[in-house]
Design a protein around this ligand. Structure first.
Ligand code: AHG
Ligand code: MN
Ligand code: MN
Ligand code: MN
Length: 336
């Protein structure tokens, strides 16, 4: 691969367009880059290192924590705490948010929320997983301890969001509100190189991603839409193709590149949906909208405009190509 722009150069170039930029956001990205390289290294030898399998504890979600969940959480937390640019961190693997109270960090104006390993049930079967991150400016006074309000912000207030996908190659994809840009990791050089500038969802697609095993428990509107995807109609390129990896990052990444819709509805097992709003729904919705797609939880409800009330709250999550979400929304609206 010819060496294009590195992630570090690209961010500095983009940030230089903001005279008030202090370099703190660039430092946050440097931390995220470093931690993702460490996790990349260990995921790629998961079968050999002792980081496969469960550790025998549950997280606050009641999920069996995988060794890599905890390991990756520690790596991202340490990398973000080390540079004095983050005053607080919330994570799927932390019961409550973590205050970074040391002299340097407490003066920072940013908080970060992460899903350290997304799709962790796929780790030991060698299927791609990801990391998801979301960055906000704090709303409480700089220099004071962070509060709930700093984390419970609407997704539309994010200053940056992104994911790392540990797949056939490792990529870091992010947006600071000026489009979505993808960087592929070259382990031989230890750098992320710009490989997918300005990623855009095709307006239409013919891939739908849903765990059809839960079909009988889905709301009627979702059932009707899934049947619509399966009907024969050459004009609208149906029946669509069903593709479901079981890692949100991987399913969304494929759909941005090829066009498609991802659905995680509410069901009897997850009355409010399974995905967590703050560190899965909001960052992936931010990227989706920046890539020209749409992300909703109900008819007429954009994910990014939802008012969070709890750190680990869940939400129904539908994201993808604009015209496919528009069509789903019709079914949801007609079958409340
Ligand atoms: P996590 O591994 O961070 O807990 O997230 C798993 C999520 C998401 O990645 C994926 O889309 C979804 O769980 C899959 O859920 P099902 O296995 O119920 O389909
Ligand atoms: Mn989990
Ligand atoms: Mn996840
Ligand atoms: Mn996770």
């Amino acid at each position: 691969m010819e060496i294009t722009k590195t992630l570090g150069e690209f961010i500095i170039e983009k940030q230089a367009q903001y005279p008030e930029a202090t370099g703190e956001l660039s430092s946050i990205f440097a931390s995220l880059r470093l931690a993702s390289k460490v996790v990349h290294r260990d995921i790629n030898k998961a079968g050999l290192a002792d980081i496969n399998g469960a550790i025998g504890s549950e997280n606050i979600q009641g999920e069996q924590q995988q060794k890599l969940d905890v390991y990756a959480n520690e790596k991202f937390k340490a990398a973000l705490a080390a540079r004095g640019v983050v005053c607080g961190l919330a994570s799927e693997e932390e019961d409550n948010y973590v205050r970074f109270d040391d002299q340097l960090n407490k003066k920072s104006k940013y908080v970060v929320l992460i899903d350290p390993v997304d799709g962790s049930s796929n780790i030991e079967v060698n299927v791609s997983v990801g990391t998801i991150f979301s960055v906000y400016k704090r709303v409480s006074p700089v220099g004071t301890p962070v509060t709930d309000a700093d984390f419970l912000q609407k997704g539309r207030k994010q200053v940056a969001a992104g994911y790392v996908i540990y797949g056939s190659s490792t990529m870091l994809v992010y947006s600071t509100g000026c489009g979505v840009h993808g960087f592929t990791y070259d382990p031989s050089l230890g750098i992320f190189c710009l490989s997918h500038p300005d990623m855009k969802f095709p307006e239409d697609g013919n891939i739908y991603s849903v765990n059809e095993g839960r079909y009988i428990h889905f709301p009627t509107g979702v059932k009707k839409y899934i049947k619509y995807c399966q009907e024969e109609d050459l004009e609208t390129n149906r029946p669509y193709t069903s593709r479901y990896i079981g890692s949100l990052v991987s399913d969304i990444h494929r759909n941005i590149l090829k066009g498609g819709i991802f659905l995680y509805p509410s069901s009897s097992s997850y009355p409010d949906g399974k995905l967590r709003l703050l560190y899965e729904g909001n960052p992936m919705a931010f990227l989706t909208e920046q890539a020209g797609g749409r992300a909703i939880s109900y008819a007429g409800q954009s994910i990014l405009d939802m008012e969070p009330t709890e750190l680990h709250q869940r939400t129904p999550f539908f994201a993808g190509s604009k015209n496919m979400i528009d069509k789903l929304e019709e079914f949801l609206a007609n079958h409340e």
